[in-house]
Ligand binder design. Structure first.
Ligand code: NDP
Length: 295
């Protein structure tokens, strides 16, 4: 039997707090030098409770860092033309450096068209096809990369994980997490496999991973025996599971059964407190970058 070891817990909360403290200083320096105050605008359509919570925390984080934020709220039945008009208004507003359209949008709206209307220089969510293209093409410098994938890479760097030449398996192929994570790992010279709901023999594939990133949205889908000894595991998933003993009646778990993994992985991110806090820190970093690009 291999000896038990305790995986390093990659503490995203502390790392994010450090990054945010550093950003706060950079913003203060910018203001002291006569620069404009970085501004983030969020566009929220409808009243989805989870989206409202996310948007609120983004505004709070902006204020904490000395940035200004603008919350645009449109009714759930807003028309495509109304949403596009709002995005165009924000594109033209010099106080707004970053624009974030909170997804998902109500089903009657054309999400791709809305994202495509955002000025690519203000696209702090990194979802405009121009920014995706810059990330995907060899020899190009990415401009804006979605915040969660940036957070994943920072956590790997913090863990001192060697990426070049490593076998990386990414579970999930969304525009906002899986695909950009895979592209960033590829840029860092990992050999990347991007898996999804149609992938065969997922457990065997995961066992080949030196670096395993799970972004699926299925509670504890990745079991202990899917993870090889000394792998580094980044758990992006945030899932609610019923828990009568929890104050709110539920608790949050990741896509990885972390209890089964901590005994043999090299490192793992906790849920909560791993990737989640990094996402906000990276959004702030993108907003400051947007302000700098627009100087
Ligand atoms: P999506 O629902 O957009 O994508 C999920 C992906 O998982 C899809 O590519 C899907 O495959 C794949 N998938 C679904 N079921 C399986 C399966 N059984 N086996 C293999 N792959 C499967 O989700 P997101 O990318 O937006 O989010 C993923 C998770 O990350 C969620 O839990 C979300 O809450 C969390 N999240 C966390 C953030 C953070 O800050 N920590 C930020 C953003 C998301 P297919 O394409 O074939 O359908």
């Amino acid at each position: 039997m291999a000896e038990e070891q305790q995986a390093q817990l990659l503490d995203g909360k502390t790392l994010a707090a450090d990054i945010r403290a550093d950003l706060t200083q950079r913003v203060a320096k910018r203001l002291a030098g006569g620069g404009s105050q970085p501004g983030l605008a969020t566009v929220l359509v409808g009243e989805d409770a989870a989206s409202q919570v996310y948007v609120r925390s983004k505004h709070r984080a902006c204020q904490d860092a000395g940035m200004v934020s603008f919350g645009i709220e449109l009714p759930a039945d807003a028309s495509q033309a109304e949403v596009l008009a709002e995005v165009r208004r924000l594109n033209a507003d010099p106080q707004v450096h970053g624009i974030l359209v909170q997804l998902p949008l109500p089903a009657h709206l054309d999400e791709a068209a809305v994202i495509q209307t955002i000025d690519p220089l203000k696209d702090v969510d990194g979802l405009h096809p121009e920014n995706t293209g810059l990330l995907a093409q060899k020899g190009r410098q990415p401009r804006f990369v979605p915040a969660t994938p940036l957070g994943v890479m920072r956590l790997l760097a913090e863990a001192g994980t060697p990426i070049a030449g490593a076998n990386a398996v990414v579970l999930g192929r969304s525009n906002i997490v899986g695909v950009p994570v895979a592209l960033l790992l590829l840029r860092a010279n990992a050999t990347v496999t991007l898996a999804h709901s149609r992938t065969r023999d997922l457990d065997a594939l995961c066992r080949s991973a030196d670096i395993l990133v799970a972004a699926v949205g299925r509670a504890e889908m990745v079991r202990g025996d899917w993870v090889k000894r000394d792998a580094v595991v980044i758990d992006v998933g945030i899932n609610r599971v019923d828990d009568a003993e929890a104050k709110r009646g539920y608790r949050l778990v990741g896509d990885v059964a972390s209890d089964e993994v901590v005994g043999h992985a090299a490192a793992i991110t906790p849920v909560p407190g791993g990737v989640g806090p990094m996402t906000i820190a990276m959004l702030l970093e993108n907003t400051l970058k947007a302000a700098e690009l627009q100087d």
